[in-house]
Design a protein around this ligand. Structure first.
Ligand SMILES: C[S@@+](CC[C@H](N)C(=O)[O-])C[C@H]1O[C@@H](n2cnc3c(N)ncnc32)[C@H](O)[C@@H]1O
Length: 371
C-alpha cells in the first residue's frame, strides 16, 4: 500500500502544479502535468526518485534537456520510459536553480529604504542575477522608471504595481560591495549555465528567456563573487567580511524554501544576530513576519517581500506583479481580487502538510513551482 500512497502523492503534486501554476501560464506544462498525474507507469517511474527530485519543474527541465517536446504526450512517455536512464541522471545531477532577475523589481523599493552604501550578501545566489539590482532598468506600471546611475540598462524589467504607491524618489541602490553564497554557484559566463537555466523557464515564457540572456551578460561583466558553500554555515562569516563603511544587507529570494523549518529558524537567528538588515522575498509562510498580512492570504499562494521581517509587498514569485502594502492594510475585497489576479501566474511556496512531511521537512518554493 505504501507505493500506492507514494503514487497518489506524486499525482496530487502534479495536479496542484497544473491547477495553480501552469494553468493560464504554461499550457504545455499543464498538459504534461495532467497526463503524468493520470498515468500509473509514469508515476511509478517518478516514485523511484527521492521526493525532492520529483518536482515538476525539475523533471520537465530534464526532459527538455534531453529533447522532449513540451506538451507532447508521446515525447513525455518516451523521455520517462525509454530514455529514463539519461533523464533520471540529469534529474539527480542538477537542481532547480532558477535565477529570476525580475525579482529585483520587488526588491528595489525595499533596498531603497536602507541607508547606503550597501554591502549586499545574497544567500542562494545561483548565477548572481539578483545581486545586481543596480544594473537593470525598471518600468513600473504606475509610470515610475528607474535606471542605473550610468544610464539605461540593456535589461529592462517591467513590473505591474497592482496596488499601493512606490516612493517618488525610487532609485537604483548604491551597492559598494556584494557577494553571494550558493551550494552550487553558477558562472554567468559559462555556456552550461544558460543551457540549464533556459529549460527551467517554462516554454511559453519567451520574454523571460530573453531577459535571462541579457542578465547573464550583465552579471558576467560585473564579475560578482559567489562562494560555494552552505548558507547555514557560511552566512555569519560572509556578513563579517562586508566593509565597515557600508550597511550590510542579507538578501534571499526563493531560497529558504529549500531549508527545513529548523534550518530556516537557525538562519533567521544568524541573520538577526549578525546586525545586517534583512531583505527576504519568499513564499508566504517561509519567513516569520512580525506584522500580519492582510486577510485573506491563502497559504502558499503568494510571495512576500519583507524588510527585517516586516512585510512590505505581496508579489507573484517571479516579481512581475506586486502589491505594496503601505501603512494601511488592504481590505478583504481588495486582497481577494489581488489573489484572483495573481493566482494563475504565481510561483507558489507549497506547504501542503502531507508533501512537506514527505519531503523530510523541506517546504516547496521553487521545489514545486514554475520557476
Ligand atoms: C531557486 S534558486 C533562487 C536563486 C535566486 N535567489 C533568485 O531568486 O533568482 C535557489 C538557490 O538556492 C540555492 N540553495 C539552496 N539551498 C542552499 C543552501 N543551504 N545554501 C546555499 N545555497 C542554497 C540553490 O543552489 C539555488 O541556486
Amino acid at each position: 500500500m505504501a507505493i500506492m500512497d507514494d503514487l497518489d502523492m506524486i499525482a496530487q503534486q502534479y495536479l496542484q502544479f497544473a491547477d495553480h501554476e501552469a494553468r493560464g501560464s504554461s499550457p504545455s506544462y499543464e498538459a504534461w502535468s495532467r497526463t503524468l498525474a493520470g498515468d500509473h507507469a509514469l508515476l511509478s517511474q517518478l516514485a523511484t526518485l527521492p521526493a525532492p527530485k520529483q518536482q515538476p519543474n525539475l523533471v520537465f527541465a530534464a526532459l527538455r534537456w534531453h529533447g522532449a517536446r513540451p506538451g507532447d504526450d508521446a515525447s513525455l512517455r518516451h523521455g520517462l520510459l525509454d530514455s529514463w536512464s539519461e533523464v533520471s541522471r540529469t534529474i539527480m545531477q542538477r537542481s532547480t536553480q532558477t535565477n529570476e532577475p525580475a525579482r529585483c523589481a520587488v526588491l528595489l523599493p525595499l533596498l531603497h529604504q536602507i541607508d547606503g552604501p550597501i554591502a549586499l550578501i545574497e544567500l542562494g545566489a545561483a548565477a548572481g542575477l539578483c545581486l545586481i539590482p543596480d544594473r537593470y532598468s525598471y518600468a513600473y506600471s504606475d509610470g515610475t522608471t528607474v535606471h542605473p546611475p550610468g544610464g539605461p540598462s540593456d535589461v529592462l524589467i517591467p513590473c505591474r504595481v497592482a496596488a499601493g504607491s512606490l516612493p517618488r524618489d525610487l532609485a537604483a541602490p548604491q551597492i559598494a560591495w556584494r557577494a553571494g553564497i550558493d551550494l552550487n554557484p553558477l558562472d554567468p559566463a559559462g555556456p552550461d549555465t544558460a543551457a540549464w537555466l533556459e529549460p527551467l523557464i517554462c516554454p511559453e515564457h519567451e520574454h523571460r528567456r530573453r531577459r535571462l540572456a541579457g542578465a547573464l551578460r550583465l552579471a558576467a561583466t560585473a564579475g560578482v563573487r559567489i562562494e560555494r558553500g552552505d548558507l547555514r554555515s557560511r552566512l555569519t562569516a560572509l556578513v563579517a567580511e562586508a566593509p565597515a563603511q557600508a550597511t550590510p544587507v542579507v538578501l534571499h529570494s526563493a531560497t529558504f524554501a529549500y531549508l527545513t523549518a529548523g534550518d530556516r529558524a537557525a538562519a533567521a537567528a544568524a541573520i538577526t544576530s549578525s546586525g545586517a538588515r534583512w531583505v527576504s522575498f519568499e513564499g508566504h509562510g517561509i519567513v516569520t513576519l512580525t506584522r500580519d498580512l492582510p486577510e485573506p492570504v491563502a497559504p502558499g499562494t503568494l510571495f512576500v517581500a519583507a524588510l527585517d521581517q516586516v512585510p512590505f509587498a505581496l508579489a507573484n514569485g517571479h516579481g512581475d506583479t506586486m502589491t505594496l502594502l503601505g501603512a494601511r492594510p488592504l481590505g478583504c475585497s481588495q486582497a481577494r481580487s489581488l489573489l484572483a489576479k495573481q493566482g494563475q501566474a504565481t510561483e507558489r511556496a507549497r506547504g501542503h502538510a502531507g508533501l512537506e512531511a514527505r519531503l523530510t521537512g523541506l517546504c516547496h518554493g521553487e521545489l514545486g513551482g514554475i520557476a
